[in-house]
Design a protein around this ligand. Structure first.
Ligand code: HEC
Length: 204
């Protein structure tokens, strides 16, 4: 279609609506736009399709007509513990470390799969301080960012210590080393212990 023909065609189309009709359309549109403005900021207005947005359940932080304090969130009853959480009875004192060493033993039998998992966890949580070989020469120390020399895990007195002590030190920390209780799961701590004892200590 040639350009002037197209123009003619379009003119023809729009001229179908009279001026009166156009004004009416414009008015209707204005009324629609203005009436769709909200009166109050707090009012969401008309929901066309709310799906399951408005649930029947109470929201965590909302009020409740019956529960104590009139709130949904209640404190856990005394003496309860979260599912899967095992209370740890030893504090971070010297005596507790010794006691933990006597009382705790690795619940896992040594096998290659667990050692591999222990290695992976060691590389995430310990290697930057205690070093690739466990000699206390991790990058945080050698780069001067961490000022206290991390203990060696593969030489000297520590070799005489029972597995439970390593588990305990990971859990509660030791001296300048922070507790890893909330970072490393108990079973992963034992796998790390296994990796230290079975691999790091046995390599020359
Ligand atoms: C931020 C650095 C850092 C990290 C991470 C770290 N440690 Fe330590 N660790 C230390 C330092 C420093 C010491 C020595 C503390 C002291 O004697 O005051 C230490 C001490 C220890 C000891 C006691 C050694 C002894 O002779 O009594 C053990 C066992 C140990 N760490 C194991 C681990 C394991 C396993 C991990 C990983 C889960 C780990 N550490 C993560 C810095 C770290």
């Amino acid at each position: 279609m040639k350009n002037f023909e197209l123009k003619k065609y379009m003119n023809m189309k729009s001229s179908h609506i009279t001026l009166k009709g156009r004004i009416t359309l414009l008015l209707m549109l204005t009324v629609l736009i203005v009436s769709s403005c909200d009166r109050s900021r707090m009012d969401r207005g008309y929901d066309y399709f709310p799906d399951m947005f408005n649930s029947a359940a109470y929201k965590t932080y909302s009020e409740h007509p019956v529960l104590p304090d009139g709130q949904i969130m209640q404190e856990a009853p005394e003496g309860t513990i979260p599912i899967g959480f095992v209370p740890y009875p030893y504090d971070n004192s010297f005596e507790s470390r010794e006691l933990a060493g006597k009382e705790l033993t690795n619940p896992f039998e040594v096998n290659n799969e667990l050692i591999a998992e222990g290695k992976a966890k060691y590389e995430i949580f310990c290697m930057h301080c205690h070093g690739v070989d466990g000699k206390g020469d991790g990058i945080l120390y050698t780069s001067g960012k961490f000022l206290v020399k991390p203990a060696t895990l593969v030489e000297g007195d520590i070799l005489e210590k029972p597995s439970g002590e390593i588990f305990h030190v990971i859990t509660k920390g030791w001296g300048t080393m922070a507790a890893h209780e909330v970072l490393v799961k108990p079973e992963d701590r034992w796998k790390i212990v296994m990796y230290i004892e079975e691999v790091l200590r046995k390599q020359k």
